[in-house]
Structure formats: C-alpha cells, structure tokens
Design a protein around this ligand. Sequence first.
Ligand SMILES: NC(=O)c1ccc[n+]([C@@H]2O[C@H](COP(=O)([O-])OP(=O)(O)OC[C@H]3O[C@@H](n4cnc5c(N)ncnc54)[C@H](O)[C@@H]3O)[C@@H](O)[C@H]2O)c1
Ligand SMILES: [Zn+2]
Length: 422
Amino acid sequence: MTQETVFTYGAPALKFGAGASEEIGHDLASYDVRRVLVVTDPGVAATGHPQRVADLVAAQGIDAVVFDRAHVEPTDASLVEAVEFARDNGPWDAFVAVGGGSAIDTAKAVNLLTSNPGELMDYVNAPVGKARAPQHPLKPLVAVPTTTGTGSESTTICVLDVVSLKVKTGISHPRLRPTLAVVDPRLTATQPAGVTAAAGMDILCHALESWTARPFDAYPRKAPEQRVPYCGANPVADMWAEKALTLLASSFRRAVHHGDDEQAREQMALAATFAGMGFGNAGVHIPHANAYPIAGRVKEFRPEGYPHDEPMVPHGMAVSLTAPEAFRFTFDASPERHVRAAELLGGDDRPDDARDFLPAVLTRLMHDIGIPNGIGAVGYDEGDVDDLVEGAVKQQRLLATAPKEVTEDDLAGILNESLELW
Ligand SMILES: NC(=O)c1ccc[n+]([C@@H]2O[C@H](COP(=O)([O-])OP(=O)(O)OC[C@H]3O[C@@H](n4cnc5c(N)ncnc54)[C@H](O)[C@@H]3O)[C@@H](O)[C@H]2O)c1
Ligand SMILES: [Zn+2]
C-alpha cells in the first residue's frame, strides 16, 4: 500500500461575535443579490431572530422572504416541501439559514436543488440515493446558527431522515458548504436547556471523534478525484478539536444550568464553531454511526425542549448515548489521545485503568446536564440491539473513519453496554 501523505482543509468565511448577525444586510449587499430566501423552523421563528435578519436584509434594498417550515431534524418529505416552496417562489440569488442544524441543512438542500437539475434522491449518499455530484456551483448561502451544536454552518453535509426506510443519511459535497458563517452568540441564549444539553453533546462528540479518528496517513494514497471532505485526523483538525474540548470544560455545565450566562454562551458558540471546522475535515465515527439508527428507529421518546408533536431522539443526544462505550472500545488505538481528551475536559480523578478515564468523565457530564441514562432510557432494550447494529453497519462511510476495525459483534457489545450508563 502506498501511504497517504496529503490532507485537506476547507472552511467558509466566518464572522463571529455578539452583534455579528446585525451586519448580514451589509454582507449580502456585497454579493450583489436582489432576492433572498431566509430559511428557518417554527421554534426559531418564534424567537423573532429570522424576521429581524430579514428586515436587516430588506433595509439594504434586497427583497427578503422568510420560509419558516423547516422540520426539526429534516426528513426527505420536509426537504422536498422546502425545495418546492423555493422553486415555486424563486428565482433566488442567495439563501440565509437562521436556526440550528435543521434549518441550515434544509437551506443546503434548497440551494442544491434550485441551482442544479434532478431531485433529492439523486444526490443522497449511496446506497440509499444515487450520490450524484452537483454539476453547477450553488448560490451564496449565509448560515446563522442559533444552537450551539452541529457546526453545520461550516460543513459540506446535509443530514436527512428517509422516513420510509427508517434510516438517517446525508448529502455530502464540498459545494454544499456555506459561503459565510455568521455566529452570533446572542442568538443562542434562547435555546431551551434540553437543546443546549443535546446540541452540546454533539459538539463534544464532534471534537472527540475527529480527535480520535483514523489518522489521514493511515489510509492508502488517493487520486485527486477520489478525495473526500472527511480525510481523517490531521494536524489542523486536531488543533480545533483540542481547543473545543477546553472551551467545553469551562462552559458546558454553566450554559445548560444558567442559560443567561453570556460568557458561557459565547464559549459554547466558539466550541461549536471550532469542532465543526475540525470534524468537517477529519470526520466522525462510531458514536455518529450508532446515532443514526438510535434516532431513526425511535419509538415513543419525547425529549424536553423539543417539539412534542412526534417522538424523537435528538441528534446530539443520540450521538452521546453510546459515546462512553465507543471510546472505551477505541482506547487501545491511541491511549494517549483518550487520556489527553479526558484531561482537557477537566477530568482530575484518574481511575486505575486509564481505559475508564474518558468514559467516566463523559458519563459524569451527561448525568449532570440531564442526558438520559443510556439507550434504555430512550426506549430500547436488549431485544433491539441487533436491529440497531444493522442500522449502524450501513454507515460504512463513518465507520471507515474509526481508528480500528469495527465488526458487528463490536457494535453489539458497545450498544449492550450502553443500555444503562450509570
Ligand atoms: N450538517 C451537519 O454538519 C450536521 C452535523 C450534525 C448534526 N446535523 C443535523 O442537525 C440537526 C440538529 O440540529 P441542532 O442540534 O442544531 O438543533 P435543531 O436545529 O434541530 O433545533 C432543535 C430545537 O431547538 C429550537 N431552537 C433552535 N435554536 C433556538 C434558539 N436560539 N432559541 C429557541 N429555540 C431554538 C428549534 O426550534 C428546535 O425545536 C439534525 O438533523 C442533525 O442530524 C447536521
Ligand atoms: Zn453530529
């Protein structure tokens, strides 16, 4: 095998800080646009932030229309509805997404399918979809996150739930990456505590999974046309991940329990941005692969802080539930990185067996911020494990980023040990 010697790094332009969202009208005017669609979901619309952004855009003489029906955790049907709205009311010169990963990912799909021919499933990752690459460049997309979580404002991915197949998958292409990320921590202060906790666990897992991912130079050498956005752990992504862990250590509990703590909100927003810039290039692995079936096969669980009209296991919560056991499993691939991560997260009482250090730090944190106690607490039992394994092994793109080989038995072991965490 010829070893890989090259890694890549991509990121959008970034404007960060309290008040940054007030400058969007000015920023959009510099793109020479006339009509803009602002994409959001009903919960975020109720905060007034999206309309405020639309008004600032309109003040620059740009026509701004708000679409406020993005689905919380987009489905194939919800993305098609948003695309149809945009096609019926277009053309648009640019898009602005105001919301969490759900609104930002919806705007990515709308941008893709109003700039390129074909339908949603043509572009969804294989084997669920046809994994077609967009032929034409997309329009400018300004992403304005209102959660501290996904990092979607800097990534090349759009995640969706294909309801008929009970599977979560995505669209992944460098052209989906937003043009500009505007991160204004003030917009995140209204996040309910339950959203802050789940989305914050998403940040934490993005940082930990990219930091422990298979290193870029452990893959065979790729030809230029084979390069993918996720290239494995590398020195640039490592830097973002390490800093995100330090920020989380000082701010996560405070942001959940004292939502009006401006400094904690700002540090969480920085952590989300940093982790997004890291994992958006390095990739994520086992906890994210497991999260897809945990969220996709939900039974009756309805979390605090989220819309109550349908059952759901929010993305960040689903990711976190198997993380402690996944990192116990990956420990021997890079013991020093697992120990260092636990230290960066503020862990001080090191257990006798270093393998237990990071899992112990994670479960203590999850307990403190109100994350359910394992996959059992969101409705699964031993009888569901085979089904969950079957869903997780389909995420080969993610499992290929794990630092060691993962068999179905390994996944079953991790899921069984995650039924109850403390
Ligand atoms: N594209 C990516 O890179 C990427 C990465 C990770 C996750 N995701 C996806 O993103 C989605 C999850 O996004 P998320 O965790 O950011 O949450 P979200 O967008 O689903 O929002 C969660 C809830 O919080 C509400 N909310 C959001 N911001 C608020 C605010 N400031 N004030 C009051 N309420 C607010 C929303 O209305 C919603 O009810 C999932 O579909 C997940 O799969 C995408
Ligand atoms: Zn995630």
